[in-house]
Design a protein around this ligand. Sequence first.
Ligand SMILES: NC(=O)c1ccc[n+]([C@@H]2O[C@H](COP(=O)([O-])OP(=O)(O)OC[C@H]3O[C@@H](n4cnc5c(N)ncnc54)[C@H](OP(=O)(O)O)[C@@H]3O)[C@@H](O)[C@H]2O)c1
Length: 290
Amino acid sequence: MSDVTMIGLGAMGTALAETLLARGLAVTVWNRSADKSRALIAKGATAAVSAASAVNASELVLVSVLDYPAVKNVLESAQDALAGRTIVNLTNGTPAQVREMAAWVEKSGGKYLDGGVMVTPELVGGPDAFVFYSGAKAVYKQHEAVLALLGKPIYVGEKFALAAIYDLALLSSMFGMFAGYIQAAALLRSEAIAVTEVTPMIMSLLNAMIELFPQTAQEIDSGVYPQPSSNNTMMAAGLKNIIEASREQGVQDDLIQPIWTLFQRASVAGLGNKDISALPSLLVVNQHDK
Ligand SMILES: NC(=O)c1ccc[n+]([C@@H]2O[C@H](COP(=O)([O-])OP(=O)(O)OC[C@H]3O[C@@H](n4cnc5c(N)ncnc54)[C@H](OP(=O)(O)O)[C@@H]3O)[C@@H](O)[C@H]2O)c1
């Protein structure tokens, strides 16, 4: 038996397996394309000939593949081996996909934890790495010491889908920031301004804005929105200018349109004199408690 099995040897699975090998664990690996296991074998991993034999090799089985259809593809071929195994699925997915997968693994006799790795592969195992986990606490506790080798483990609760929601919320913040930066870069390049010259100033502004998030978060959670210094009507006017300037400069405005629409909705809803803390309430259609 190995200590851990790693299924999926893309950029992330390889980094996870390498980290565990470097910490002296016996690791069995499997990937759809067998060639990706070669470098890991050279570092001491054992390659399984099939997903089923990979699951057979360890009580703890980590999975990191592209998406849930891929997870299903792999685990269905190993279904007979799942009894008594703990599957820790680190593949990015939606809450509904997680619930369905957890139910299927449990029906097949296995235990299930869901996880979300919140760093890029090169940072796995380092001081900045953290990973969300959800599922039965007793199962998590049983494997916490091994999981902690990958990055700081953050257990977020018994409901299987919680790690995915935390993971996607963080990614959502990141992609929103990317959208703004891409628009900024396009606007700058439309006037042949070096993005390298302006990026330190963008970073300075974003760092200052991020400092306000804890206060914003308190207002969102409480639903009490105090008088702001930067109100939504003023910000909507600024967004309109970004859209018009983009058009004047020959830059597409599709990335910025939705956030302008949201600020306009705020005014219609009587929230023009509040700030961004009032806006998430406009997006929540219904609250889930599954
Ligand atoms: N890379 C990152 O920065 C990062 C950060 C955090 C989380 N993640 C998450 O980690 C997971 C893996 O990402 P990655 O960066 O490792 O992706 P990747 O480098 O593109 O690797 C994809 C992996 O999925 C496998 N795969 C794809 N379709 C499959 C199928 N139908 N059946 C079986 N295996 C299949 C590939 O196998 P083959 O080699 O045979 O193609 C490969 O092992 C994703 O859910 C991603 O969201 C990634």
